[in-house]
Design a protein around this ligand. Structure first.
Ligand code: GLV
Length: 327
């Protein structure tokens, strides 16, 4: 690989075709496919690295940045960037890229899949069928919740929240939402009503979270929030695990404060196999697969490559989360 090309650390091994845009543009050193921390063998490249291409499982900390004084860009292959110390990057004038837009539809699909699965008890029903508990067409077995006419509370009406609203509207759900800003276009298109969080929690049959993880949203759904929800309510989290207080959720589900939860994200991640939430029949947990479709993941990688290449060239990133670096 020609020495004059900039050195880029990519924390994981990704399919070659996802990274096609990088060919001939940089020298790549990659970590293992399922890295959950920076592979030790990559540490020695930090002093020379100009680019850092990473995933949401790898913390990009002040300490890591200190070891990489030549870094020109951090490219995170995710829309969320709570794994990156953005402040520390900004201080060093390092732009941070993320991948919004391309995962909106996939994540909204998964949210609706979780909502439906929990509403109609699909995991339990599927298991019962397999395990010989399907004895007859039971008039009272596996009774779920109707979507038509029920109220869905969307917390965070950004791109993904809006894509969920669009789908939910078709199912006949009444929509309420919270957001820092009113969204008149969503209100007009889907008859959604903006409410204070407390009212939304009190009125909703389903509550779906679509906020980024920030100090303000950390444990937004705590014991008090869960206690204020309907006993029949279902909570869906396809945002970030720590938005919900895990211990409080365990109490809520095991003591009947709410009916069920469907989680694509947990705190911690991965959720240890002996975690009490797994023991609850009314808690569906999947391993952070919101954006896990072939098309979406490839588009995310391509967008992350675009950000990376722009940063290496000293150009403005197509999707930059700390645009202050350009002022
Ligand atoms: C996934 O969780 C992402 O932030 O892209």
């Amino acid at each position: 690989m020609p020495e004059h090309l900039p050195l880029v650390i990519i924390t994981h091994t990704l399919p070659e075709e996802w990274l096609a845009k990088l060919k001939g543009q940089c020298r790549l050193v990659s970590g293992p496919p399922d890295a959950d921390h920076l592979a030790p063998e990559l540490e020695k490249y930090l002093p020379e690295a100009k680019g850092f291409f990473t995933l949401l499982t790898i913390p990009v900390s002040e300490e890591l940045l200190r070891k990489a004084p030549k870094l020109k860009v951090v490219s995170n292959m995710a829309v969320g960037y709570d794994n990156v110390d953005v402040g520390a990057c900004t201080q060093r004038c390092i732009p941070v890229g993320n991948t919004p837009g391309v995962l909106t539809e996939g994540t909204a699909d998964l949210t609706i899949a979780l909502l439906l699965a929990a509403a109609r008890k699909l995991p339990q029903a599927g298991q019962d069928a397999r395990q010989g508990r399907w004895k007859t067409w039971s008039p009272t077995g596996w009774l779920g919740t109707d979507l038509n006419g029920a109220t869905l509370g969307i917390i965070g009406m950004g791109k993904i929240g809006a894509a969920v609203a669009r789908r939910a509207h078709v199912f006949g759900l009444r929509l309420v939402y919270t957001d820092t800003n009113p969204k008149p276009e969503i209100e007009k298109a889907f008859g959604a009503t903006k409410l204070p969080l407390e009212t939304l929690l009190r009125e909703s049959d389903f509550v779906s979270l679509h906020v980024p993880l920030t100090p303000e949203t950390h444990h937004l759904i705590d014991a008090e929030a869960l206690q204020s929800m309907k006993k029949t309510a279902i909570l869906i989290n396809a945002a970030r695990g720590p938005v919900v207080e895990s211990q409080a959720l365990f109490h809520a589900l095991s003591e009947g404060w709410i009916a069920a939860a469907a989680l694509d994200v947990t705190d911690p991640e991965p959720l240890p196999i002996d975690h009490p939430l797994y023991a609850l029949e009314n808690c569906l947990i999947v391993p952070h697969i919101g954006s896990a479709t072939r098309y979406t993941r490839q588009r995310m990688a391509e967008l992350a490559c675009d950000n990376l290449l722009a940063g290496l060239r000293g150009e403005r990133l197509p999707n930059c989360v700390n645009t202050e670096v350009y002022q």
